[in-house]
Design a protein. Structure first.
Length: 619
């Protein structure tokens, strides 16, 4: 064929263009999109960067470095590697110039590839409103405590939630203030805003509480959440409690002023302590029950009958200020609304709540052996079984978020729960995430959710596969939840705008909430592969370079080092690594010389002082 179009296409192919198919499946998901016939076009934009010969050699060295980091090869294994390749490929000009030894491999990782991949990660992070920091520490083969930091965020390029390696820090002690300084300093160095930190991911909610409190205090100073309002509603409750604490006379005065509260005074005035089982919501509820009585007592009775006492009591003025405030009661009511009440008030040890022995599940093996026991032994056995079940129930009651309203609400993100009846839940979810949506966005969120709820959604976005097992039972394999929502976010209106911009902003930052620390734990296995017993001298920068490169192979190369895109920026980073390494060595050497000179000067000064003292003593 010699048509003009054919010749144009052949020219484009020779220029390293790629085929792109346009069809109704690849267009944006417009609600009123008209199906189009598939057409073949050539894209002249997405062609490979042209590399000169030196850059091609560096690219080959990069591919090997990534392979070595992924497979845990030692730096020494790279010695004479160029000779091996030249012997294997005698006709290759790239192999002829290929040169990478243990020392070069070291600074390529620590000062070239590692920093490059770290910069790319930071650029990706800064595209998001929020991210999650996951962390844990372990003792490595260097006998150092190694703190690993990972980040979980919505990746716009992949349209999925990803967990990426951030950095490692070698520590001596790992107290909360040390970990806090590491995190804050790392964020400052990388230009990450602490306000973007949605939460900390760790082993379980019962560990690293001190670190969480320290970070929380810093974020409050930044005004990053509702806790920074300075309401301190708990102080209202504790101040009132403290007034009557160990003072029967004051309690009697309150009862005398308001006789109708006689039966409630003793049970209503409770003290809130964060470490006790009494919830703040319960304390506030009881203060509100006595609100009118407390107003009568503090604002009428005391000023009329005990003027001198209240004038000399520092506790009175704060209580009076709160009771006369037009917003204090509203604040109490609001916090009471947010509180979730008591956790599982059900007493599972009550006799009427117990199953009879025949219905208690003990396993068929154990039940068959019951015939060998006497009646007394059987009763004792079931009594012990109940105690075991009670212990398990008590553990679940204390440790599981069984009445967490936020976790209940986020269930509506499941594709099968698409319903107009869940608009209140989506609004509660939006209010629960601090500093993400403003008031106008929350108002618009309701409309977007209603539109989503009545929309027609392609079943393929939520269901990956339907199959039957050998018994003929149907099984449904669902897509990842972020895969489903990424398709929802891609829907556009007739004028080309995103149909659910506010919904996308919210849900992307809900899906990054971690539900475990498995990613960090898997990182420990990677550490075992990288920092082996015979690599105990690896520096912190080398460990970071190796881990960042390993993460890049997994993220950008889908687990294969040769599939990682190598661009000119990466090549330049590797080519500059030698000079950066030498520059750092020069700085370290200069610092050591400066310290040595200061040490000598101090020694000379001490000698001079000793000589002066000797002369003074002589005269």
């Amino acid at each position: 064929m010699n048509t003009k179009g054919h010749l144009t296409n052949m020219k484009s192919l020779k220029q390293n263009s790629t085929f792109v198919f346009e069809s109704s499946k690849t267009t944006a998901f417009a609600s009123d999109a008209v199906p189009r016939t598939t057409q073949l076009i050539l894209d002249n934009v997405r062609k490979s960067e042209m590399l000169n010969f030196d850059e091609q050699v560096t690219k080959a060295e990069i591919v090997w470095a990534l392979t070595a980091s992924q497979r845990g090869y030692s730096y020494n294994s790279c010695d004479e590697l160029g000779d091996v390749f030249r012997t294997m490929f005698p006709d290759s000009k790239i192999a002829e110039q290929f040169s990478i030894q243990s020392k070069k491999m070291s600074y390529d990782m620590s000062h070239g590839l590692g920093p490059y991949f770290h910069r790319r990660l930071i650029e990706d992070l800064k595209r998001n409103e929020k991210f999650v920091l996951c962390f844990d520490e372990q003792i490595n083969h260097q006998n150092n405590k190694q703190l690993d930091l990972l980040v979980k965020y919505w990746c716009h390029d992949k349209g999925l939630v990803v967990t990426r390696y951030y950095k490692s820090v070698l520590l001596g002690h790992a107290q909360a203030n040390v970990l806090q300084n590491v995190i804050i300093d790392s964020f400052k160095t990388d230009g990450l805003d602490l306000k973007c930190l949605l939460m900390l991911g760790r082993d379980n909610p019962s560990v690293n509480i001190s670190l969480e409190n320290l970070i929380d205090q810093l974020m409050k100073k930044l005004g990053s959440c509702i806790s920074s309002t300075g309401w301190h509603v708990e102080n209202i409750c504790t101040e009132i409690y403290s007034w009557f604490k160990r003072s029967p006379a004051r309690k009697e005065d309150l009862v005398r002023v308001t006789n109708e509260y006689n039966d409630l005074v003793e049970s209503t005035l409770l003290y809130f302590v964060i470490t006790r089982g009494i919830l703040l919501g319960k304390v506030i509820a009881r203060v509100l029950t006595l609100w009118e009585a407390l107003n009568e007592y503090f604002l009428v009775f005391l000023p009329s009958n005990q003027k001198v006492q209240i004038r000399d009591n520092d506790r009175y003025d704060p209580i009076k200020s709160n009771l006369t405030s037009s917003v204090a009661k509203i604040r109490l009511q609001f916090v009471l609304f947010l509180s979730d009440g008591d956790l599982l008030d059900l007493d599972f040890k009550l006799n009427e709540k117990q199953l009879n022995n025949t219905h208690i599940r003990i396993g068929e093996g154990a039940r068959k052996l019951l015939t060998e026991l006497t009646q007394q032994q059987r009763e004792k056995f079931f009594e012990d079984v109940k105690k075991m079940y009670h212990g398990i129930a008590q553990y679940f009651k204390l440790n599981l978020p069984l009445k967490n309203s936020f976790l209940r609400d986020v269930q509506i993100l499941h594709p099968l729960l698409q319903s107009v009846q869940t608009t209140d839940q989506i609004n509660r979810i939006a209010r629960a995430v601090p500093c993400l949506l403003n008031d106008s966005e929350i108002d618009r969120l309701r409309d977007e959710w209603l539109a989503y709820s009545i929309g027609d959604i392609d079943e393929k976005w939520s269901i990956k596969e339907q199959k039957k097992d050998s018994a003929g039972n149907n099984h449904i394999v669902y897509q990842r939840i972020d895969y489903y929502w990424n398709h929802i976010f891609a829907i556009i209106t007739t004028d080309g705008r995103a149909k659910y911009p506010i919904l996308a902003k919210l849900i992307k930052n809900i899906l990054i909430i971690p539900h475990g620390n498995a990613d960090v734990e898997r990182g420990f296995s990677i550490n075992e592969n990288i920092v082996t017993e015979n690599r105990s001298l690896l520096s912190e920068s080398s460990i970071n370079g190796l881990r960042s490169s390993y993460d890049a192979v997994k993220f950008a190369g889908r687990g294969s080092s040769h599939k990682v895109p190598v661009n000119k920026e990466m090549i330049q980073a590797v080519q500059k690594s030698s000079s950066l390494y030498k520059e750092e060595l020069a700085k370290v050497k200069a610092a050591m010389e400066r310290m040595e000179n200061e040490k000598k000067e101090r020694g000379n000064a001490e000698e001079i002082n000793k000589q002066i003292l000797k002369e003074d003593n002589y005269y």
